[in-house]
Write a protein that binds this ligand. Structure first.
Ligand SMILES: Cc1ncc(COP(=O)(O)O)c(C=O)c1O
Length: 392
């Protein structure tokens, strides 16, 4: 048994990770770390057979009460860029805080991107990822917009697989939730004038999660915001820049305090067309036609959005990607949101200019039909004929 103090020293020196706070869950992860033999305290390049996460055991979590919150797991993945901007020598480190220069580009100028994907555990213990290459491609697009070098698609997917395996015991049992995977790319090098940072860090952490909205599967109540906008033309709304998210905190907080689930944004130029919700895309159903705002720079190209468009077309719906005027909400049969975190979430009401538009949620709705197919593919219950699922 190693001593906690020497363990800490090793951790700080070799991993440049600081002591986690003493919240119960963090402590649980930390204790797990201190009980490891010294050899396993070193940075590991891949999960070893003795890794606590390699078996089919489970972490000590109340799986029946998972929300969408952060729960530290065993490992994070980290990879830094070299001077020429290439990424190599990524590795798994024990979960913990990271060290950043005060002048890091990400802290001063918001030079950062994030991604989000989920791991599903099958009944036989296998782990399934959904289209992680699409997250890698989207990160590349974002990196280009924010002047950052980026790991290759292969490096990205490989890193996601490694960190998933290393944290396997934190992946909820089938039907109880998923292991949320959060890749980050940030300007970690110091820079004073406004310019791209001299060094970049690619990092992935994970957390077991349940439903994103407290409503669970209950319909969402959205509020259409006219004072604040999420993105404007020529900005970075079309990529997953971290700077897109702090500005929505105010409208979300205000909407939530008034009892709404989230905010639906309009185009900032005319305040006439629908854009998207703070963290998901939006669809309208009218008869056999499903419409969703076209992504032309201000709207994030959701991976769930693209998948639902394909599934809906396969099911015989006419899918239209176009400008969708806010007025169309008045006579839509159904409205639903899509996103990795929310899945396919039905909308029960939308409040616009003081009027509440209500939608009758039927048991056999279009959103439920599409949700069942998407979820079936993701969880391995429906055959994946599209090559979307990556098994690890
Ligand atoms: C602004 C925004 N729109 C849409 C989405 C949905 O994208 P995806 O389906 O890839 O999760 C997200 C989620 O990450 C988001 O942050």
């Amino acid at each position: 048994m190693i001593q906690r103090s020497s363990c800490l020293k090793t951790l700080i020196q070799s991993l440049r990770v600081t002591t986690p706070s003493s919240s119960p869950t963090k402590l649980a992860a930390y204790n797990c770390y201190t009980s490891q033999p010294a050899s396993s305290l070193q940075e590991v390049s891949k999960p070893s057979a003795s890794s606590p996460s390699n078996g089919d055991e489970y972490a000590d979590v109340d799986w029946d009460n998972l929300g969408f919150g952060i729960m530290p797991t065993d490992y994070i993945y980290m990879m830094k860029s070299s001077e020429d901007g290439s990424f190599e020598k990524g590795q798994l480190n024990r979960y913990g805080n990271i060290e950043l220069a005060p002048a890091a580009g990400v802290l001063n100028y918001g030079q950062g991107l994030y991604e989000g994907t989920k791991v599903y555990r099958k009944g036989d213990g296998r782990l399934l990822l959904f289209r992680p290459d699409q997250n890698a491609i989207r990160m590349k697009m974002g990196a280009d917009r924010l002047c950052m070098p980026c790991p290759s698609i292969h490096q990205f997917v490989d890193a996601v697989k490694q960190v998933t395996l290393a944290n396997k015991r934190w992946t909820p049992p089938p039907g109880k939730g998923t292991l949320y995977i959060r890749p980050l790319l940030m300007g970690s090098g110091p820079i004073l004038g406004i310019a791209p940072a001299p060094e970049y860090t690619f990092l992935i952490y994970t957390s077991p999660v349940g439903n994103y909205f407290k409503e669970g599967f209950a319909p969402l109540n959205l509020y259409i915001e006219e004072e604040f906008h999420r993105a404007s033309r020529g900005g970075a709304g079309g990529v997953k820049a971290i700077t897109n998210y702090a500005p929505v905190l105010k409208p979300i907080t205000r909407a939530k305090s008034r009892g709404f689930s989230d905010v639906l944004y309009l185009d900032s130029l005319h305040k006439k067309n629908l854009e998207e919700v703070s963290s998901c895309n939006i669809f309208l159903v009218k008869g056999n036609t499903i419409s969703t705002p076209a992504t032309s720079g201000t709207i994030l190209q959701g991976i769930t959005r693209r998948s639902i468009i394909e599934i809906a077309s396969d099911q015989g719906y006419q899918v239209e990607e176009r400008a969708v005027p806010v007025d169309e909400l008045m006579d839509a049969d159904e409205v639903f949101c899509t996103g990795t975190a929310v899945g396919v979430a039905p909308v029960g009401s939308i409040t616009y200019q003081g009027k509440r538009i209500e939608y009758n949620i039927k048991a056999q709705s279009v959103s439920k039909e599409l949700y069942d197919i998407l979820e079936g593919i993701k969880t391995g219950l429906i055959e994946d004929k599209k090559g979307w699922v990556v098994e690890i």
